[in-house]
Design a protein around this ligand. Structure first.
Ligand SMILES: [Mg+2]
Length: 218
């Protein structure tokens, strides 16, 4: 019997993209040193809180941070090729060359879809949570992702992400092969995942391209 088509579905923030520039734009908009904002974000991650809780440290009335979004986006200028981790495009090409189909499905604003394509990201499926109207860690996010990947069986899809709470644990719970990429602040602070939760642990996408087969032990 032929092996089912295997997919590699990639997260965006801190998996394909280094988010230093966007968080730096938030610091600049708030008028605080970047180090101060980054440290506050670390405290939020360590406390298991949502990332927007970081704004509580800077005296913004509740939810007013949202109204600053367009100004921050203008400062940031949108996601650009320079924001991609240096191994991102080559690893995706290597995975495709090895016969895997590729998806990029992540918690991101809809505008990132076209920006990723403009930065050179090529995949069989690209979808952002704002477009899908469902976000991780909701199990429906993974159901919808499998639909987009041609109705693939969960077990034939590796979901690659940096976060334990939003990527590794819920993807495994949905039956996908969880791959933990150990980079970015969430991975450094939240890791390691509970025993047996990650099918594979890698330190970068170049390593992922070399070792992806290990996500499916025979
Ligand atoms: Mg991420």
């Amino acid at each position: 019997m032929a092996m089912p088509q295997r997919w590699v579905c990639l997260d965006v923030g801190e998996t394909l993209v280094d988010e230093t520039r966007i968080w730096g734009a938030w610091a600049d908009e708030l008028g605080v040193p970047r180090l101060t904002l980054f440290a506050a974000l670390g405290a939020v991650i360590a406390g298991g809180r949502q990332h927007h809780s970081v704004f509580d440290y800077f005296g913004l009335p509740k939810d007013t941070w949202r109204s600053l979004g367009p100004r921050v986006e203008a400062r940031h200028g949108g996601l650009q090729k320079q924001d991609l981790y240096l191994d991102a495009l080559a690893a995706m090409a290597a995975l495709r060359g090895a016969g895997y189909r590729l998806a990029v499905i992540a918690n991101q604003p809809a505008v990132r879809h076209a920006e990723l394509e403009a930065a050179g990201v090529r995949a069989d499926v690209i979808a952002m949570s704002e477009e899908l109207r469902v976000a991780k860690p909701d199990p429906a996010f993974f159901d919808r992702s499998l639909e987009l990947m041609g109705g693939s069986e969960a077990g034939s899809v590796a979901y690659v992400g940096d976060r334990i709470d939003n990527d590794v644990v819920p993807a495994a719970a949905a039956g996908l092969r969880s791959v933990w990429i150990r980079r970015g602040p969430w991975a450094r602070i939240q890791g390691p995942p509970p025993e047996g939760m990650a099918a594979l642990v890698v330190d970068g996408l170049d390593e992922l391209a070399e070792r992806i087969g290990e996500a499916w032990p025979d």
